[in-house]
Design a protein around this ligand. Structure first.
Ligand code: EPZ
Length: 422
């Protein structure tokens, strides 16, 4: 397993290009199952999760060809050769559950392994199933798999989500696109990745209204045609790299960034003493004046503060002036980066869904271990400004969601390298 070695190296200067959104792409790729015609995605990120989704779609009989150094995905699914998403793939990546709705809508049958939990939480899929049930699907949970049938096709239905689940909204929107009649989703998730998915489905001929609001209405159509779609910029990669100059000092421009993608996050950065300026080509980020001030953060569904930026924000607040309280309301176990940051001298008290961070002058480099995708990049951010060396192990977590992280940070002056274990 590879590690990444980071040495505190002072202020950062330059530009970082932001890739297409992993979490948009992981919902867009299963959409190819909804049509026999080709679906091409441009600006796809080059990540291991994308390769895993490609393998899953290919195991179902879809063709997925990676072009232009992995930034273009040419997909088509003339006829599915299998309707089973195996546990060995699904357990590696929870987003695999997103083939359930499209496969059921396309062929009236789907057998998808329950994803099981992951490091940050139990991750149930009850809301996904509630939506498909409302569309008339016959659902049978056995042997760790969801056995879904719709022999006469899905029919429009209404569902109110107990929680604004991103994945359940995506599965429901894709399934409803080919259902007979109208489907109404209440308390739907509003994330930009859902807006991007609807934009793509509409280009394929779907009739959908209300994306980006908590009420989405889908008028099913008989068939969808092919399309070419450009994946939206990754707001979580954007927010992650915005924190690099905030933590280290200096000034960095994030190419492709737009304030609209990270509104709530920018409000917190502003309160903490970080300036964000929208330019023609992206977002320019720098500290306003010297030290960072403590701020309180509560994660919420979009448009609130993103849970996927909580770990990274904590790395900034470890050396802020004062005490910050971070409240994690989305996942039940998303503070695993805290003990690792404490190895670097951070002062953090975790009680249930709250972490209290008391700022220290400077962190000290140490060997630390990545536990999940966002925790791993939080440790790298902390290492950028720490005194001495930080060795982050198990960086395969990082490869799931961040392409070329070493090259991107070296490009703005960071002292960082990847150590391959022989
Ligand atoms: C998506 O996960 C993202 N993943 C996550 O990003 C992100 O953290 C999350 O949305 C919240 O924004 C992808 O898009 C591939 P949810 P998802 O359904 O769809 C509970 C990353 O780091 N829930 O909105 O799984 C669930 O347990 C990843 O890129 C149910 O109870 O998120 C969780 O507590 C991590 N029943 C909460 O809702 C359900 O049926 C949020 O889940 C579904 C979810």
């Amino acid at each position: 397993m590879d590690s990444i070695l980071v040495r505190g190296n002072g202020a950062l200067e330059g530009q970082i290009a932001i890739a297409g959104a992993k979490n948009a792409c992981l919902a867009l790729m299963p959409a190819t199952l909804l049509s026999e015609e080709p679906l091409t995605l441009i600006n796809a990120p080059r990540l291991s999760d994308i390769r895993t989704m490609s393998q899953l779609l290919q195991s179902l009989g879809a063709e997925v060809t990676s072009l232009a150094d992995g930034t273009v995905l040419a997909m088509s699914s003339h006829a599915l050769t299998s309707h089973t998403a195996d546990y060995d793939i699904v357990r590696k990546m929870r987003a695999s559950i997103l083939v359930l709705g499209p496969m059921l809508a396309r062929d009236g049958q789907a057998v998808v392994s329950l994803p099981g939990g992951c490091a940050i939480g139990a991750r149930p899929v009850d809301l996904h199933l509630k939506a498909l049930d409302a569309m008339g699907a016959e659902l049978d949970l056995r042997d760790g798999y969801v056995h879904a049938k719709a022999p006469n096709g899905l029919k429009g239905g209404s569902v109110k989500f107990d929680f604004a689940s991103v994945g359940a909204t995506e599965n429901a929107v894709m399934a409803a696109s080919l259902a007979k009649g109208t489907t109404v989703l209440e308390n739907a998730a509003r994330e930009p990745e859902i807006v991007d998915l609807v934009k793509c489905l509409r280009a394929m001929g779907a009739q959908i209204e209300g994306e980006g609001t908590s009420r989405i209405e889908i008028q099913g159509v008989d068939r969808l045609h092919g399309a070419t779609h450009t994946v939206v910029t990754d707001r979580i990669e954007l927010g992650t790299y915005m924190l690099a100059p905030a933590i280290c000092g200096g000034e960095v421009e994030l190419l492709g960034g737009r304030i609209g993608l990270v509104g709530a996050f920018c409000e917190k950065l502003d309160a903490a003493g970080v300036s964000v300026t929208e330019t023609e080509t992206g977002l320019r980020v720098a500290r306003k004046n010297g030290r960072i001030s403590a701020v309180d953060v509560t994660t919420e569904p979009y448009p609130g503060f993103p849970t996927d930026l909580q770990a990274q924000m904590m790395a900034l607040l470890c050396t802020a002036e004062g005490t910050s309280v971070l409240e994690e309301t989305i996942f039940e176990n998303r503070f695993m980066h805290a003990p690792e940051l404490m190895r670097m001298g951070a002062r953090i008290d975790v009680h249930g869904g709250h972490a209290t961070v008391t700022g220290v002058d400077r962190l000290k480099g140490a060997p630390v271990m990545a536990t999940d995708l966002r925790a791993s990049v939080s440790l790298i951010l902390a290492g950028l400004a720490a005194e001495g060396e930080t060795m982050v192990s198990r960086v395969y977590h990082l490869d799931r969601g961040y392409e070329h992280v070493v090259a991107k940070l070296r490009g703005v002056g960071a002292d960082i390298e990847r150590i391959s274990e022989t």
